[in-house]
Each structure stands twice: as C-alpha cells, then as structure tokens.
Design a protein around this ligand. Structure first.
Ligand code: AMP
Ligand code: ZN
Length: 487
C-alpha cells in the first residue's frame, strides 16, 4: 500500500493520511439543509467525498471506514418553507431528505455509514453548549447562548483570518447581547409558534455550527481523521466547528485533515440558489441524462479546481462512457479467470487517486487502458489462451478502476440500449386509468440499476416499490431488468 496524500486546508499542503486507528478511519462531511432539491453544485461534495470513501474502503477495508454526513433538518430556511406550505417542518425535511437520497443514489453515491439528523441530537448539542459555558468559552445572554471567540486563542487558524478582523465580525448591525461582534450563536430562542426544544436558556433551537460538532462527537469521536465540505463552509462554519469542539474537548483538535471542494459554476458564477443559476439533479435526470454521465462530468476536474457546468461537459462525459461501455460490450464474451475483483486496479490509477484524489489523472489512465485494450482486442479471437487471459485481467482491472470512481455500474448492453426489454410507447396498465410513460420507467430502472450496483439496496427497493404502486412489476434477471406489465 502506498500513501494517501490529501490537501489539508489547515496546513495548506498535501499531508499524508495517517489514521489514528486503521481499523476505524473516521470522516465527516457537512450535509444538505433539507428544504429544496439539491442542485448539481450541491452534488459535487457528495460525489467527491464518495470517491474518497470508496478509496478509503479499498485501502483500509469496507468495515474500517466510518463516514458520517448529516442532514441539517432544523434551520430558518426550513421553517420559512414549512410556513409557506402551512405544514410542520418534518413534512418538508422528510420530503427533501428522500429526494436527496434518491438524487445522490442516481449519481452512484453510496449511503454514508451514518446519516445523523440535527433534530435527533439536540440533547448532545445542549450538553456541549453547557460544557462550553462551564469552561468559560461561551456565555448565556437574552435567551441565547453565544461562543466568545476571544476565549479561543486558536480561533482563525483554519481560515487564517486575523483575530482583530474576526472580533469586529461582519459589517452588519450587531445584536446587543453579544460581547464581541464576531461571537456566534450556539442557541437561540424560538417563538411559541416556532419549533423549539427546552434548554437551560429557555425554549429554543440550536445554531447551525454546533450541530456538526455535536454529531461528530456522538458518532465519530473527539478527533476525526478527515473533515470535508464545500469551500464556502471554510469560514465561518468550519472555523466555528473547530473552535467549539476544541474548547469543549480541552484543546483536542476536531479533525486532522480538512478538505474543501471548489465551486461548480454556471454562466461564470458560482451555482447558487440565491443567484438563480441552478440546475437540479432531478431536472438533469428528467432531461434523460444518465446518473453516471453526470457523475463522470463532476469528476472531470480536480475537486479543488472550479468546474463550469455546461452542455459540452455533459456531452464529453457521455461520449467517454459510450466509448468505455462499447469496449466492455465487445469484450463481453471473454470471461474472467476467477473473481474479477481479484485483478485489482493498476498502480498508476491507484497512485492518481492517492495523490489528493486526482480524478482527471485517474480518468486519463482509464482512457489509456481503453486504448491499450483496443490494441489487445484486435485479433483476440485468433489469440492464444494466454493472450485471452491477459485481456481478461486487463479488462477486469479497467472495470475495477471505473468502479472505484463509482462508474461502470451498468451492464454494457443496457448502457448501449440493447439489453433491456423496455416497451415502446405508452403502457396501459390494466385496471388503472392513467397511462405510464415507458421512458420514465426506463429512467427509473436505470436509476435502480445504479443504486443496486452501488449496493444501495434501500434505494433500489424504494424504486421497485414505487413502480409497483404504479402497477409496474419488475423482475430482476442476471442480464438486467425486464419490465413487466401488470395483468
Ligand atoms: P447547502 O445545502 O447549501 O449547505 O450545501 C450543501 C453542500 O454543497 C455544502 O458542502 C456546500 O459547500 C456545497 N455547495 C454549495 N454550492 C456549491 C457549488 N456551487 N459548488 C460546489 N459545492 C457547493
Ligand atoms: Zn458542518
């Protein structure tokens, strides 16, 4: 095993990953605030850290990696959305959690080991805030609890901001209960008609930053190996997470390596709901883009670099996958000598990923492998047994490498549109009035195939159950899935 090097925002250099316990490698990534559909920019951290999750599992073993990604299910934006619809917040959060899981499943993202919800950890948050107050790093004022940034000498070390600038805080009106303008909220009061929990400071709700600190403590421990998220979270969110956990844990650091993905842009600006330049994963799937295509498009730039989302990028990714799947289809008659996973991946491919997740380099290695396999393939039918064996091993390594990126999960014949019996036109389901669009069924089957390949059984079952509810029965066969019409 070689070393995995990851760019650490804390040290501003690539550091060697040395897990405190190789049998329990810990990673946390800040998850979505669930009040709307995820845009493809939100999917970037999910996909990037999924590649890292896969690499870690490949390196340390599947059960050794403990990965937590939270759902922020209490937030003012969620409360506003619930008010607009006149429903309780959990109607909103449950709906968008399900959408998020389905959308990420379609992109081949594995379910993390833990998906904690903020609302299920309020007790831990209250306990952590109490500890911070007891240690003098936080104070209660006017129904709030606040973190006093002047009490943490290391405050600012992650984002490298000068203390005086941070004490001054953002140039907005400063709440009268704050000791320093830069102090941040740990707990805030809720009005009677707002969701709230009892606390020593009155009925209220937690601030956003304390959620992650408490959930990390609850599921992963005091100091974790890797903490990740988008670049926009570096300050203040991650700086504040660091400060809270450090002060609550007598100086122990929250994470050894901090990783931040760069922004996805569209029309030259960061994709963001507030700018309105968003396209959701759901919309892209509805436009019949395949989940794997979108995933490869996201991985074509290095995760720390900006990436512009446009039609050309999607087209490039799709063409590449067409080329890869065509090769696999041409080689489908060649069987592996034993378990295809035993062939592993090429050293060069693995080294690319171990070098701070260099996915563009890893993808270039796959393209090379395709060229080499094509040369080997030219006259394999006349070739010797040994030549066939070599071809099988190289093919298996290519597939294993693709899967380490979360790609090549579909049967080649299915990708190329030859291996699946999808009825054309509309299927009329007997006994049920509405007609069902077969392209929609094909899309659902594609999403389900990806989910199954990603061992996302819950998602695969959900899609099967959903189609069943619409009168479409699916039968799984070794060579793909056949649509059944209900009699
Ligand atoms: P949010 O639900 O807004 O908290 O965002 C969820 C995740 O998506 C966070 O890790 C953000 O940093 C990340 N994110 C948001 N917008 C973008 C973008 N345009 N490009 C890359 N990552 C983003
Ligand atoms: Zn967080």
């Amino acid at each position: 095993m070689t070393e995995i090097r990851l760019y650490n925002t804390l040290t501003r250099q690539k550091d060697v990953l040395t897990p405190a316990d190789k049998n329990r490698v810990t990673m946390y990534v800040c998850g979505p605030t669930v009040y709307n559909r995820a845009h493809i920019g939100n999917a970037r951290p999910a996909v990037v850290f999924d590649v890292l999750f896969r690499l870690l599992r490949h390196t340390y073993g599947e059960t050794a990696v403990h990965y937590a990604r939270n759902f922020t299910d209490i937030d003012d934006k969620i409360m506003a959305a619930a008010e607009v619809e006149g429903v309780p917040i959990d109607t909103i959060t449950k709906r968008y959690e399900d959408f998020y899981s389905a959308d990420m499943g379609a992109l081949g993202v594995l379910r993390p080991t833990y998906e904690p919800r903020a609302t299920e950890h309020v007790q831990q948050m209250v306990a952590m805030i109490e500890a911070l107050i007891a240690k003098g790093a936080a104070y209660a004022a006017d129904g709030h609890a606040l973190f006093d940034i002047t009490k943490d000498a290391a405050y600012g070390t992650l984002s490298r901001r000068p203390m005086d600038e941070m004490i001054a805080g953002a140039r907005v009106e400063v709440a009268p209960y704050k000791k320093n303008p830069g102090d941040f909220v740990l707990w805030k009061p809720s009005a009677e008609d707002q969701p709230g929990w009892p606390s020593p400071w009155g009925r209220g709700r937690p601030g956003w930053h304390i959620e992650c600190s408490a959930m990390i403590e609850a599921h992963l421990g005091t100091t974790i190996d890797i903490h990740g998220g988008g670049l926009d979270l570096q300050f203040p969110h991650h700086e504040n997470e660091c400060a809270q956990s450090r002060c609550a844990h007598d100086g122990a650091p929250l994470a050894k390596i901090w990783m931040h993905n760069g922004f996805l842009s569209m029309d030259k600006e960061k994709m963001s709901k507030s700018l309105g330049n968003v396209v959701t994963v759901g919309e892209l799937l509805e436009q019949h883009h395949k989940g794997e295509t979108l995933r490869l498009a996201l991985l074509m730039a290095h995760y720390r670099q900006p990436l512009d989302w446009n039609e050309r990028l999607i087209e490039q990714a799709n063409k590449k996958l067409d080329r890869w799947y065509r090769l696999l289809d041409d080689l489908s008659e060649i069987s592996s000598a034993g378990n295809s996973e035993d062939a592993g991946v090429s050293d060069q491919f693995q080294m690319a990923l171990e070098d701070d997740l260099n996915t563009p380099e890893a993808i270039a290695r796959l393209d090379n492998a395709v060229r080499e396999l094509r040369e080997l393939t030219q006259d394999w039918k006349q070739g010797s047994r040994l030549q066939r064996q070599i071809l099988a091993i190289e093919r298996d390594r290519f597939v294993n490498a693709g899967r380490l990126l979360g790609l090549l999960n579909t049967y080649p014949a299915f990708w190329l549109g030859k291996g699946i019996a999808v009825p054309t036109g509309k299927i009329v389901v007997k006994g049920q009035a509405p007609t069902v669009d077969s392209t929609e069924i094909a899309k659902q089957i594609a999403i389900r195939t990806a989910a199954k390949a990603a061992k996302n059984w819950a998602e695969a079952d959900r899609i099967r159950d959903q189609l069943k509810a619409e009168g479409i029965l699916l039968e799984d066969k070794p060579d793909g899935t056949t649509v059944w019409r209900r009699a």
